[in-house]
Design a protein around this ligand. Structure first.
Ligand SMILES: *Cc1c(COP(=O)(O)O)cnc(C)c1O
Length: 440
């Protein structure tokens, strides 16, 4: 690793170089494109981001769960460099190439279930979700789409309709696509229900308000991402999957954030041996290059007429080469196991913090996808103010952290799986200091 794997602050955060560039950003980039931590990055690798002022920051965000194999991971860089020098684009729909087919073959092998599977490749997670819905509608001849409270599925028109949270994702951007229906999610901290009870509640809403026979698909994140790292109670996903199967509803797992070793399994559905009909993937798949996929039962995938799926850039050869490098790295380094190790360290540190600070209502997550939810002590009343204060302290002290949740009161941790134990421990020392320094 050429980048020193250490936290090293040489200026204030943001430093003078970043502040100067922020003025240029303000002049040239639309205000609607926000930034969480405005330091401009020049280099990154392992668990460290280096900014223009020479600050080394510890990365607990992975660019929102993308650089799972680490930033500029050697296997990704090698594959991309080789591919980019050979050819950069043909459009797979015009003249095909091996990389696309190789990624689809890997997806068939790695995603849950041992049935015959096929895939189609796209550029972004939202595009994959949209296409999964298209496939489900053609396959079933039905229109309705079932989604859940706190869901996040993207920012295109259909996926905005599927996303729960208004600000900042939807406000003013309507009218939204129709035939999208929302059911209550299993949220153990807030509903106290077992998985089976929460599934019965969701099924009742869908059955009575939509009608099972009208539903083309149910789309669910097996652990919710932007919505607050909500881990449904055990039994919730299997009960929904069984109900979908009984009623001819396509069960779609949106594994865009949870997939590719993040949760300590290759896919979050593996944990309860749930086998979805379709799986959407993106973020962790290609080491930072834009690539997304829909993978699923061959007969479902093939229900769409020839030419009905695609896109100019979908499955770009450079992105496919990157994915093959990232997948090779996950396999040879057994990164699902590494995610479990990192998860154990984080669970210990967060458990200690929760014992000291009453504002932490819950520690949750799986593998290298962990979170704490902050509420007024002894209640479930969200505390977004303290969450923002703790996060700001971490940023000023060289740790890149992210928040999420419907109420903005969830602090989430998504380290690259290439981070060392030492660096991760140091990052959590800073998180602990942040809680102490912000009072309570
Ligand atoms: C990020 C995300 C998306 C959207 O992916 P984009 O690449 O940003 O379009 C969809 N679903 C989930 C679960 C996500 O985390």
């Amino acid at each position: 690793m050429s980048i020193a794997q250490e936290r090293r602050l040489v200026t204030e955060i943001p430093g003078p170089g970043s502040l100067e560039r922020l003025d240029r950003k303000k002049a040239h980039v639309a205000d609607g494109v926000g930034t969480t931590l405005p330091v401009f990055i020049v280099e990154a690798g392992g668990g460290v981001l280096v900014d223009v002022d020479g600050n080394h920051l510890i990365d607990l965000g992975s660019g929102i769960a993308v650089t799972t194999v680490g930033n500029a991971a050697p296997s990704v860089v090698r594959n991309v460099q080789e591919q980019v020098a050979k050819f950069t684009h043909t459009c797979f729909m015009v003249t095909p190439y091996d990389g696309y087919v190789d990624v689809c073959a890997a997806l068939a092998e790695l995603t849950p279930g041992d049935h015959a599977k096929k895939s189609a490749l796209f550029n972004s997670g939202a595009e994959a979700v949209e296409n999964a819905v298209k496939i489900a509608r053609v396959a079933t001849g039905r229109d309705a789409v079932g989604v859940f409270d706190h869901a996040y599925h993207g920012r295109t028109n259909l996926t905005m309709a599927m996303t729960a949270k208004n600000m900042p994702y939807k406000n003013g951007f309507g009218p939204f696509a129709g035939e999208v229906y929302r059911a209550p999610m299993s949220y153990p901290l807030r509903d106290g229900l077992t998985g089976e009870q929460a599934a019965a509640r969701a099924i009742d809403v869908l059955d009575k308000q939509v009608g099972a026979a009208n539903l083309a698909c149910l789309v669910i994140e097996p652990i919710q991402g932007e919505g607050g790292f909500v881990v449904p109670a055990p039994g919730f996903l299997p009960a929904l999957a069984a109900w979908a199967e009984e009623n001819g509803i396509v069960f779609i797992a949106d594994e865009i954030q949870t997939g590719f070793c993040r949760t300590g399994d290759w896919f979050a559905c593996d944990h309860e041996e749930v086998v979805p009909d379709l799986v959407t993937t993106a973020k962790g798949m290609a080491g930072g290059l834009p690539l997304a996929a829909v993978t699923g039962r061959a007969e479902l995938m093939d229900s769409v007429h020839v030419g009905g799926l695609g896109g100019t850039y979908g499955g770009n050869p450079v992105a496919c080469a990157a994915a093959l490098g990232a997948i090779e790295e996950m396999r040879t380094e057994v990164l699902d196991a590494r995610a479990r190790e990192l998860g154990a360290i984080m669970a210990t540190r967060l458990g200690e913090l929760a014992a000291q600070h009453e504002v932490i209502a819950e520690v949750r997550g799986r593998g290298a996808m962990m979170a704490i939810e902050l509420c007024a002590p002894g209640t479930t009343e969200p505390d977004p103010v303290r969450t923002a204060a703790v996060s700001a302290y971490c940023h000023q002290n060289g740790v890149v952290t992210l928040t999420c949740g419907t109420w903005g009161n969830v602090f989430r941790f998504l380290p690259p799986l290439a981070i060392s134990d030492t660096l991760l421990e140091e990052a959590f020392d800073v998180v602990a200091e942040a809680f102490a320094a912000t009072g309570g």
